[in-house]
Design a protein around this ligand. Structure first.
Ligand code: ADP
Length: 145
C-alpha cells in the first residue's frame, strides 16, 4: 500500500481541512504510511503583490510567518486519530501548487490527497490548486469531495 502520503492543508480553510483529515485517518490505518501535512504560505512578493526590491526590509523575511503557520497547522491536526509517529508537518513558502508538487517530488510521495475546493465555491468542480495538482503530479492524486 502507500508508504508516503502528502496531504496539503490550507490553514485558512478549517472546515475543508477537517474533512480531508478525517478521510486520511482511514487511509493511514492501512500499512502505516508516513503522512506529510504541508501548508504553503505566500512568499513576500506574492503576499504584498509587489516586486521584492520594493518590499520594506522588515517584511522580506518570511520566517515569523512560517513559524506561525507551523503552529496553526499543528493546531489543525491536534485532534487527529493518526498516531504521532506517522505524522510529519511542514510549511512551504511560495506558490501553493508549485510548493506542493516540489515537496511531493522531494519526499517521493506515492499519493497526494487534497480536497476539491471550498464548499461554498459550488460552481467549481475543482479549485485552482486542486486542478493544477491533478494535472501536473507524477504520482496518484486522491481528490476528496
Ligand atoms: P479553492 O479555490 O476552493 O480554495 P483549491 O484548489 O485552492 O480550492 O484548494 C483545494 C485544496 O488544495 C485544499 O483543500 C488543500 O488540500 C490544497 N491547498 C490549497 N491551498 C493550499 C495551501 N496554501 N497550502 C496547502 N494546501 C493548499
Amino acid at each position: 500500500m502507500y508508504k508516503k502520503i502528502l496531504v496539503p492543508i490550507d490553514i485558512l480553510e478549517d472546515e475543508l481541512s477537517q474533512e480531508l483529515i478525517t478521510h486520511i485517518e482511514q487511509i493511514a490505518q492501512v500499512g502505516k504510511p508516513e503522512i506529510h501535512f504541508l501548508t504553503v504560505i505566500p512568499n513576500a512578493e506574492l503576499f504584498f503583490g509587489i516586486e521584492f526590491a520594493a518590499i520594506p526590509e522588515k517584511f522580506k523575511d518570511s520566517s515569523e510567518r512560517t513559524r506561525l503557520a507551523f503552529i496553526a497547522l499543528q493546531d489543525m491536526i491536534k485532534d487527529t486519530k493518526i498516531p504521532d509517529e506517522q505524522i510529519v508537518c511542514n510549511v512551504g513558502v511560495g506558490n501553493a501548487k508549485d510548493e506542493i508538487l516540489e515537496y511531493a517530488r522531494q519526499i517521493d510521495a506515492d499519493l497526494i490527497a487534497i480536497a476539491s475546493h471550498r464548499p461554498n465555491v459550488s460552481s467549481y468542480l475543482l479549485g485552482s490548486t486542486a486542478s493544477s495538482i491533478v494535472r501536473h503530479a507524477k504520482m496518484s492524486v486522491l481528490v476528496i469531495r
